[in-house]
Design a protein around this ligand. Structure first.
Ligand code: TXA
Ligand code: MG
Length: 316
């Protein structure tokens, strides 16, 4: 692997037994696979494996770690990951499988890699209706983190050809099931304390969603919301630290050892995969301050540094 990420010969296989078996094999090896959902094509990876999730950002060339949607086969699988209150459960029962994503508090014993939810205490979950994504979930046997399968800054793909044009050579497999039904990304609702916030408009409009939101104990939609705030530790964060100052917890990288390390071998995929765990761990040690060794500004290093700079920025 180099700074530009791994290069692949990208296979395009029609949706069927062979494509799903090959897709599941690649997912289990920690590689990303493009697969259609009823909204847009997604770039799916094992959501429980931080390195697999890092390879999704690498393939997309995303300069920042936005939290990803975790896809599961059904509500029971979702309840192993997030806390459902009665309102969230009624939305899930009414609209899953389908083009609805719910942002919910993560369970303390959630198996999802911290990178998939960008270190946030919440997690975005969706049960997709598309038979190809459902077949891949069943064959892989694990939750799949999947953003839209386009390179950063490009429009979302509704056909296998769009994925190939955008990510060809950067991913090993595209499962082709023709054009997607909705063509726009899922509606995202944040549910907390009996309130629903529309975080992203999508195929399910307020009229349809409103049906589920009337009746006893129901809440109204609170205006289109801000996207999530970013995770930042409680302590001040010092970047590009080569040595530990008095009272600091130092997170190392490569030759700079520290109290813990993002990657002792200087591997950016590993560093991305461990970033939020190392920050949460540092915060839990309650040092006076946290310092982080320099991370190179190449490939995934751009996204790592973007997130570190946000975490280091002065806050209110
Ligand atoms: O239709 C879709 O939703 C497609 C298909 C593949 O399922 N996926 C998709 O993923 O659009 P992506 O990564 O392109 O968009 C995920 C959106 C981002 O806007 C992100 O900020 C939001 O979900 N999101 C994810 N986790 C969140 C969280 N914990 N809190 C708030 N927003 C979250
Ligand atoms: Mg997208």
């Amino acid at each position: 692997m180099n700074d530009q990420g791994q290069s692949f010969t990208t296979a395009v296989l029609p949706f069927g037994e062979e494509a799903i078996a090959e897709g599941a094999r690649l997912i289990r090896r920690g590689l990303p696979v493009a697969v259609p959902t009823e909204t847009v094509y997604g770039l799916a990876a094992d959501a429980t494996d931080g390195s697999a999730v890092a390879r999704v950002y690498e393939a997309k060339g995303r300069p920042a770690f936005n939290p990803l949607i975790v896809h599961i086969p059904d509500l029971a699988a979702a309840e192993a990951i997030a806390e459902f209150d009665p309102l969230a459960r009624s939305l899930a029962r009414r609209f899953w499988p389908g083009p609805l994503t719910l942002v919910l508090p993560g369970r303390s014993d959630s198996p999802i890699a911290s990178l998939a939810s960008a270190g946030l205490p919440t997690v975005a979950l969706r049960v997709p209706a598309h038979p190809a994504m459902q077949a891949l979930l069943a064959a892989a046997g694990r939750p799949l983190a999947a953003p839209s399968a386009n390179a950063s800054g490009r429009i979302s793909p509704t056909r296998a050809e769009h994925v190939l044009a955008s990510l060809g050579g950067r991913i090993p497999l595209i499962i082709d099931a023709g054009p997607t039904v909705h063509g726009i990304e899922s509606t995202i609702l944040g549910v907390s304390d009996g309130h629903v916030r529309l975080l992203r408009p999508g195929p399910l409009g307020e009229a349809e969603l409103g049906i589920a939101l009337t009746g006893p104990g129901a809440a109204s939609i609170v205006a289109p919301g801000q996207m999530q705030s970013h995770y930042a530790p409680a302590q001040p964060l010092r970047l590009n630290a080569r040595t530990r100052r008095e009272g600091e917890w130092l997170i190392g990288f490569g030759p700079i050892e520290g109290d813990a390390t993002l990657s002792s071998s200087g591997d950016l995929v590993e560093a991305a995969a461990t970033l939020f765990d190392r920050l949460h761990e540092a915060e839990a040690r309650s040092p006076a301050a946290i310092a982080v060794a320099p991370v190179p500004e190449t490939g995934l290093g751009n996204a790592i540094n973007d997130r570190l700079r946000r975490a280091a920025a002065p806050r209110a």
